[in-house]
Ligand binder design. Sequence first.
Ligand code: CP
Length: 311
Amino acid sequence: MTWTRKHLLALEELSLGEIDHIHATARVFKKALSGPPGKLSALRGKTLVNLFLEPSTRTRISFEMAAKRLGADTIAFDAARSSTTKGESLRDTAENIQALKADMIVIRHSASGAPLYLSNILGIPVINAGDGAHAHPTQGLLDTFTMRERLGSMRGRKVAILGDILFSRVARSNIHALTKMGAAVTVVGPSTLVPETLADLGVTVSHDLKSALRDAEVVMLLRIQHERQAAGMFPSLGEYTALFGLNKERASWLHPKAIIMHPGPINRGVEIDSDLADGDRSVILEQVTNGIAVRMAVLFLCAGGQKKNLP
Ligand code: CP
């Protein structure tokens, strides 16, 4: 297919064909990364600015590595030492970065819609690295890339997403990708974090952990955000763990070949036992590694990369 998008804002706007195309491109880059060391050259001469206004470890570093692997220069915006602390607006910040001749912006922001807003103002590609509770498209892409590597086609596969779904941009992006791929997605957790309205996204809503996990081929855990407890969404972390934490017994309900996923950062002993996070069925660090090839594919395609420039 011919890629026509300049921005990557959310997976709900992508067709299944576009997701397949990103994954196919990522497979090419993953193979190239496993070959002899050395930079690829598709983005040589380009400069990418990582405009992260929220904390990040995995996403920020892997975008930086992805851009460098493609030959681009990268600049990490330092929010704490930037003029945003003097009250400069997001619009002015981004327009100044563009005036400095950046070729692409990767943005993480606490406000849902911030990447869309910039994409309407700027003339350069804008890539969403997580906006509020709305979307984290490259996380959804790397998660589904990892599932496809492990399981092949996702059509009809039972996937359980467990935890803080309501406020999770990761869950939302995965749901949009997985439903397009034909997976049978169940979201499960306490009713305060997993409301019935999520069924509108084409998933099964459950508050019964055993039935949600039974025979699931993928379980994706989400970080329990401590601030939800203060907001009265659940009584205590201990109670959450007692009712919904993934432990050895509960993992035995899964399909025998099931994989355990988590986007990170993980709360060991809260949403997942350490033994499971580090165990044979866990693909948590594989997800992180796949993030580089998937983000290379996104940067390459949104920068207008052509098939003839692929390694
Ligand atoms: N999964 C994820 O977005 O992690 P970071 O917040 O560390 O980037």
